[in-house]
Structure formats: C-alpha cells, structure tokens
Write a protein that binds this ligand. Structure first.
Ligand SMILES: [Zn+2]
Ligand SMILES: [Zn+2]
Ligand SMILES: [Zn+2]
Length: 160
C-alpha cells in the first residue's frame, strides 16, 4: 500500500481511482474469505457501485445503478446487501445524508470519522482511530462499542 492511499484526504485529492477501487474490491474479497463469509456476486456488485466514486449514495441510487445493469432488481436485495456490507465494515452509513459509502480502511476499526464536503459532495474517511470522547467514555465506565463522527465543511480544493 502506498503512502498516498493511506492519506486521510485521499477522497479529496487527485489519484488513480480505478486503482483505488480495484484495491478496495480485492481487500473486501480477502477479508470475507478470511472470515468465511460469502461476498456473493450481488454483494460485490453493490460494493463496486459504491466504489465508483468517493461520494455517498442513497439506497435508491444504488438500486438505480443496479437496474442499469440488470432490470427489475427488488429493493430488498439492495437493502440486504447493504446490511451485510455494513456488518462486515466494508460500507458505512453517513447518517446526516442517509447514504452509504464504501470504507476506505476496511477491517480494522470501531470508530469511523468522516470529512464531508458540502460542495463536491466527496467524503474522506480519516485513518485515525483516536477519538478523545471514546477515551472519556472508558474513563466513565461506559462500554463504548461504536462511534461515528461526521464533520461537515469544505475540502481544500473547493475552498480555492
Ligand atoms: Zn479513489
Ligand atoms: Zn471505514
Ligand atoms: Zn470539495
């Protein structure tokens, strides 16, 4: 893995996205094989659609994209695939937009922190597991399981 791929601002910077997409699809396949869970062609297709860009997509948009490939896909098929992908940490839900985005650092985190650009609609996922509030929760005897931080604003390119 190159340094640029680990870059927190990957989504906002010019990069070879085809390579990025391919790498993440491969990582997902390896993770599922290791966990002995089935990344069925349908689930893989949903992930591939979400990985077409670094912009989150609503479930309905994913359904539309699937219907472009193959007609008459029933919505529950998409919802079930999204559920599976979320359970495996391969996809995150951006709560403020009720939309989904492929995980950029799959397989190794319980906190997810996003920078959401209001102008280009791209979302960067920080590769940073340190969240001060999680430590505070632990100090208070609270068993924290999962945290999502959504930071809204403008990316560097859109500010220019
Ligand atoms: Zn990319
Ligand atoms: Zn993630
Ligand atoms: Zn932007």
């Amino acid at each position: 893995m190159t340094d640029s791929r680990k870059d927190n601002a990957l989504a906002f910077t010019r990069h070879d996205h085809a390579d990025c997409q391919q790498h993440l699809l491969q990582t997902a396949q390896q993770l599922c094989a290791k966990r002995s869970v089935r990344l069925t062609p349908r689930r893989l297709q949903v992930l591939e659609i979400l990985l077409r860009s670094h912009q989150p997509m609503g479930a309905y948009e994913v359904l539309q994209a699937m219907n472009d490939i193959e007609h008459n896909i029933a919505p529950p098929i998409v919802y079930r695939a999204l559920d599976f992908l979320q359970q495996q940490g391969l996809v995150h839900r951006i709560e403020s937009q009720n939309a989904f985005i492929a995980c950029i650092h799959p397989g190794h985190h319980t906190t997810a922190q996003f920078l959401i650009c209001a102008k280009c609609h791209r979302v960067a996922e920080l590769d940073d597991q340190q969240l001060p509030a999680m430590q505070l929760a632990q100090d208070l005897g609270f068993k924290a399981e999962h945290a999502v931080v959504e930071i809204n604003g403008l990316c560097a390119a859109c500010r220019e």
